[in-house]
Write a protein that binds this ligand. Structure first.
Ligand code: SAM
Length: 262
């Protein structure tokens, strides 16, 4: 029998996957290196107590969002299969993720992170603030996109402060490059959005260039904010985290980029 509160995916009537899924596994350059760092006792407890309900195990086949987000509308609300789904890549310790999920309770968030203490930290926040609309995949988001996410299935994608990989010789590790953007664009529904933010200007320029070159995307900011030269004003749902606030006080810039699927 299916547990309605389990995040375990049900693939019974899952739509077919795009061609990447059929390719054999190939070694690729990763956008992350696994950081050292142990989970605190609160994070470990959250992992044990809330993991079974909120973690989505990686699987090499399409997920069924309805099954994954069962219960996401809250205990009293009926589960609504039509709720929008936003993918977040690399949530770190989950501070912004938790705040956004509380700000947008009608949206479901599928959040990928490879750093286990971060996963524990977000589960802890889910427990503390009683957040029903987040599911976490503790896995490389690139593989999740390739193998688990059907075409035209997402309403949004959030990528906040991706690792900047400052040194030129490491730039190839940056997450936001044309092959990944093409995959994300293909998984967005028409009208769905891709929102990235960074505090590293050369990466902001790269993001703007790569997104502008993707034929399936158009820049949402250009018609209304030509004065921002392609960048967007910070959307209301993205909170100012402690880290970002500290940067702003030091005079550092932050660039938001928001494109949508045509
Ligand atoms: C600089 S941190 C930013 C974290 C968070 N978004 C914030 O604004 O504080 C980037 C995060 O992305 C994660 N990350 C990088 N590549 C990833 C990938 N391919 N899949 C999942 N997580 C990834 C890293 O582990 C790291 O925690």
């Amino acid at each position: 029998m299916t547990n309605p509160h389990s995040a375990s995916p049900d693939t019974s009537d899952a739509p077919s996957l795009p061609e990447e899924a059929a390719k054999p596994f190939m070694r690729t350059i990763k956008s992350f290196v696994k950081r050292a760092g142990r989970m605190g006792s609160g994070q470990e407890r959250a992992m044990a107590e809330l993991g079974p309900q909120f973690l989505v195990p990686y699987q090499p086949s399409a997920i069924n969002f309805e099954a994954v987000f069962a219960g996401a509308a809250g205990a009293e609300a009926p589960n609504d299969a039509k709720r929008p789904v936003v993918l977040e890549i690399g949530f770190g310790m989950g501070e912004a993720t938790a705040q956004i999920a509380l700000t947008l309770p009608g949206t479901n968030f599928l959040c990928c992170e490879v750093h286990e203490p971060g996963v524990g930290a977000l589960l802890k926040r889910i427990g503390e603030h009683n957040i029903p609309n987040i599911r976490i995949c503790n896995h490389d988001a690139v593989e999740v996109i390739d193998h688990m996410l059907p075409l035209a299935s997402l309403d949004g994608v959030h990528i906040f402060f991706p690792d900047p990989w400052h040194k030129t010789k490491h730039n190839k590790r940056r997450l936001i490059q044309s092959p990944l953007v093409a995959k994300l664009a293909a998984r967005l529904k028409p009208g769905g959005y891709l929102h990235a933010a960074t505090d590293w200007q050369p990466y902001a320029e790269q993001i703007l260039e790569v997104l502008s070159a993707e034929p399936k995307l158009k820049n949402r900011a250009l018609p209304n904010h030509p004065e921002l030269a392609g960048y967007a004003p910070k959307p209301h749902y993205r909170p100012l985290t402690k880290f970002e606030n500290r940067g702003i006080k030091l005079g550092h810039g932050v660039w938001d980029v928001v494109f949508e699927r045509v």
